[in-house]
Write a protein that binds this ligand. Structure first.
Ligand code: AP5
Ligand code: MG
Length: 207
């Protein structure tokens, strides 16, 4: 199974992705996580990407396409994979189409006003777990015990820039995949488990 999760920043892609990959035994491929790992490791790629991410801009297409092209050839992607945060432009979608066929695209739909609140309260762990201050009030991760942190690009100004970029460059992908008959939209403005119930219905209907 090869799936794309589409959605604005903070729509809940990472949250739903964790559930999907655990239930369906497929690999989680997040370009955002890959770029942040490079920033943390202070690689040349990380230094280059940080200048875009900190401003809420997209990292150039060829950089992320190369990351994905390499990642999906790895052993853990053989059973299938979920792309979280890729593609984000029509050029990336065209490049992906040349690399592989995608079975299904799930679009998580959330109002931008809800998104600003969600991102402001997000807390992350290096192990990949994501929390929200409204439902989790500890400073350390429930899974691995490490301290939680705020993403550098989760401040109000950068979030607005990310939402603008989404509107202009990523939202056209809804029509792109809809025209290919691959898109299903779920209402993401509901509790996490309710959203996941709809996601599962879509996936199980197409397995
Ligand atoms: P990336 O890391 O992909 O960030 P994003 O798309 O901005 O999305 P987020 O990770 O912020 O949100 P999410 O949808 O995963 O939501 P989450 O589940 O965490 O990209 C970061 C940057 O890297 C980009 O800006 C760009 O610069 C660069 N980049 C990455 N990919 C690229 C590409 N392909 N091309 C070019 N550049 C690229 O949830 C958010 C919060 O809400 C959490 O606190 C969570 O607990 C909470 N929450 C989740 N679901 C619910 C719910 N149903 N109800 C209530 N709260 C919820
Ligand atoms: Mg994410």
């Amino acid at each position: 199974m090869k799936i794309i999760l589409l959605g604005a920043p903070g729509a809940g892609k990472g949250t739903q992705a964790a559930k999907i990959v655990s239930d369906y035994g497929i690999a989680h491929v997040s370009t955002g996580d890959a770029l942040r790992a490079n920033i943390k490791a202070e690689t040349e790629l990380g230094k280059f990407a940080k200048s875009f991410i900190d401003k809420g801009q997209l990292v150039p297409d060829e950089v992320v396409v190369n990351i994905v092209a390499d990642r999906i050839t790895k052993e853990d992607c053989k059973k299938g994979f979920l792309l979280d945060g890729f593609p984000r432009t029509v050029a990336q979608a065209d490049a992906l189409a040349k690399l592989t066929d995608i079975d299904f695209v799930i679009n998580i739909d959330v109002d931008p006003k809800v998104i600003v609140k969600r991102i402001g309260g997000r807390r992350m762990c290096v192990c990949g777990e994501t929390y929200h201050v409204s439902t989790y009030d500890k400073d350390t991760c429930a899974k691995c015990g490490k301290p939680l942190y705020l993403r550098d690009d989760d401040n109000e100004e950068t979030v607005q820039a990310r939402l603008d970029v989404y509107k202009n460059q990523t939202e056209p992908l809804i029509a792109y995949y809809s025209a290919l008959g691959k898109l299903a939209t779920v209402d993401g403005d509901r509790p996490v488990d309710d959203v996941y119930k709809d996601v599962k219905e879509v996936l199980d209907g197409h397995c």
